[in-house]
Design a protein around this ligand. Structure first.
Ligand code: NAI
Length: 272
């Protein structure tokens, strides 16, 4: 039980496919206690109550784009647990993708909201935790990201910039939180994963298959991602901070794979 006695908050469990759902199940199995949080609209779907029951957790609503919701959540978490040891930010939403606006014709009001929910919320979370002195020393804060922050995946649209911003906040805030409280902050750059947020990106099936064929180990699934998150919440990774950590079966360092070459060759033969 590598998280025995540890307390935290897990954001973003929408349904059984959510990465945060798998993290909550495993954190519970490893002895952690935590609060589950999601936007009020997501809570209305009700699936999270099943997870709460299974893991003996309380559910507290928080729209992460609202300061007052964040304040309220952190106050309640501290009242319940005292200081926290871990927090998972597993949140992403693009309003322009939802509206199917092409990347070269984006609505800037929607873009602001996308950045607020998907990236600025990470700063808001850490700033609130720091102001309320809500983290224990050697605590661990994690957010989930995607390699579109570094490379172009055209259908990922404004989420690419959201993820770049998110990763930058992890580095910059990680510095300040490290110096003042020895709290570590990292992002995990995860393989394409079959979830509600993942499936919302255009052409998802194609780039899921592409990444799977390209990665020497194949795509990492949500369960494997949860295992990596738990290791980063544990005391075995105390000096890992300010990093963007690829959890992608080797995709990020592969130029081309034999698998993919074979697919391209076959497609070429068929069209010749
Ligand atoms: P998901 O759809 O299950 O989770 C996204 C969560 O964000 C949902 O629970 C949703 O309710 C929450 N959310 C949206 N707006 C919110 C708001 N205003 N306040 C609070 N919560 C809000 O999908 P998934 O895939 O588990 O996503 C988790 C994280 O993993 C996201 O950051 C996503 O970008 C990232 N990720 C996902 C990949 C994939 O292919 N599925 C690949 C790499 C990273």
């Amino acid at each position: 039980m590598i998280l025995k006695g540890k307390k935290g908050i897990i954001f973003g469990a929408l349904d059984t496919k959510s990465i945060a759902w798998k993290v909550a199940e495993l954190a519970h199995a490893e002895g952690a206690e935590f609060i589950l949080s999601n936007a009020p609209i997501a809570l209305r779907m009700g699936a999270i109550n099943e997870l709460a029951e299974k893991t003996g957790s309380e559910v507290i609503a928080c729209d992460v784009s609202l300061n007052e919701d964040m304040d309220n959540l952190i106050d309640k978490a501290v009242a319940k647990f005292g200081k926290l040891d871990f927090v998972l930010h597993s949140i992403g939403m693009s309003l322009n993708i939802r509206k199917k606006n092409p990347y070269t014709d984006l609505n800037y009001e929607l873009m602001h909201k996308t950045f607020d929910i998907s990236a600025i919320s990470f700063h808001r979370l850490m700033q609130t935790l720091m102001k309320k002195d809500a983290m224990n020393e050697w605590g661990s804060i994690l957010a989930l990201t995607y390699i579109a922050a570094q490379r172009v995946f055209p259908d990922y649209s404004e989420m690419a910039e959201s993820k770049s911003l998110l990763e930058s906040f992890a580095r910059s805030f990680g510095y300040h939180y490290g110096v003042s409280k020895k709290v570590r902050v990292n992002t995990i750059s995860q393989s394409p994963t079959m979830t509600t947020a993942g499936g919302g990106v255009g052409g998802f099936d194609a780039f899921f298959t592409y990444a799977d064929k390209m990665s020497p180990l194949g795509n990492a699934n949500a369960e494997a991602c949860a295992q990596y998150c738990i290791s980063l919440f544990s005391d075995y990774t105390k000096y890992v901070t300010m990093q963007n950590l690829y959890h992608d079966g080797g995709f990020s360092n592969t130029g081309i794979s034999a698998n993919l070459m074979e697919m391209v060759q076959k497609a070429g033969e068929q069209t010749a």
